[in-house]
Design a protein. Structure first.
Length: 296
């Protein structure tokens, strides 16, 4: 049975997804960070039962291919810097569809409750008397760390992890005080266009310029790339990589503890440690991913 939370009036299913055709419920589903192979079984089950699916721009095509042909598909955008459907319209559409007895899936990139506005949507639906379920998904930070071989925590290196977004409603720089440095790992979502502000904030917090940083573009996807650098060289690394996809930063000594996935990758790094454009093929999921090493 779903567990009810009195303060929030929505539910999380502890076992299977309680979403049946004609039930008139909404399920907020995390599509994970990339291809369909990273979906949970619960997410697949929810998609199979959906009558209506509202999906974000960052949901991978291989995930969208799992939506039943009989289900209505509604693209709602939701990507930083691009036009998207107003949040109020998304919520109104979900309420309207569920009240006609349709099973609705709100399909979100990553995890619904990590920079996905899932809490806002769940509360709005609950306030409207709509039954809500939440299916977690793999957030980009986890996919990026796994793909790059970077342990977010590591014995003797880091015992704390913080997730922060560089994209704020008022455009103000993110507050990074106390989040990076010795014994800590900082993961910054949407950091591609905020490198100067990030470097400035961390330097003001006395984080050394030699602090290792990883730049991961398109984490969990077929064309993911990795740039290895340090804090002082971060802006230059991003400029050379010129990422166009979603870009995530990992700041901390754990970046230096990176695990090499193949002997070829180790040999290539040892042979040409200062070549910024070296392309190395490293098996991560399937298929093999291309990684870009940009040294500061």
């Amino acid at each position: 049975m779903p567990e009810s939370f009195p303060s929030r009036n929505f539910a999380v299913s502890r076992s299977s997804v309680r979403l049946d055709r004609g039930a008139g419920a909404v399920c907020l589903v995390g599509a994970g960070a990339g291809e369909a192979g990273l979906l949970t079984l619960a997410a697949r089950e929810a998609l199979e039962k959906a009558d209506v699916v509202l999906f974000d721009d960052l949901v991978d095509r291989t995930v969208l291919d799992l939506i039943p042909a009989s289900a209505a598909r509604i693209a709602v955008g939701k990507r930083a810097g691009r036009a998207s459907t107003p949040q109020s319209e998304i919520i109104a559409t979900m309420i309207s569809a569920s009240r006609t007895g349709k099973s609705v899936v709100r399909l979100k990139g990553g995890d619904p409750l990590i920079f996905g506005r899932g809490g806002e949507e769940a509360q709005a639906l609950a306030d409207a008397g709509i039954e809500v379920h939440i299916v977690p998904g793999m957030t980009a930070a986890l996919a990026a760390a796994a793909a790059a071989g970077i342990p977010l925590t590591h014995r003797g290196v880091s015992t704390a992890v913080s997730f922060v977004t560089a994209s704020t409603r008022d455009g103000a720089p993110p507050n990074l005080a106390g989040l990076a440095g010795k014994g800590r790992t900082l993961v910054i979502y949407m950091g591609r266009d905020a490198s100067d502000a990030i470097v400035g904030a961390l330097q003001q917090d006395h984080v050394p310029g030699a602090m290792p940083v990883a730049v991961i573009e398109n984490a969990g996807r077929r064309h993911q790339r990795l740039g290895l650098t340090d804090l002082r060289s971060l802006a230059g690394t991003i400029e050379r990589m010129a990422p166009t996809g979603p870009t995530l930063l990992i700041v901390g000594e754990v970046v230096a503890a990176r695990v090499a996935f193949s002997s070829n990758a180790v040999a290539a790094r040892q042979a040409e440690p200062a070549t910024p454009a070296k392309q190395i093929r490293i098996p991560v999921y399937a298929p093999v991913a291309d990684f870009h090493f940009a040294h500061g």
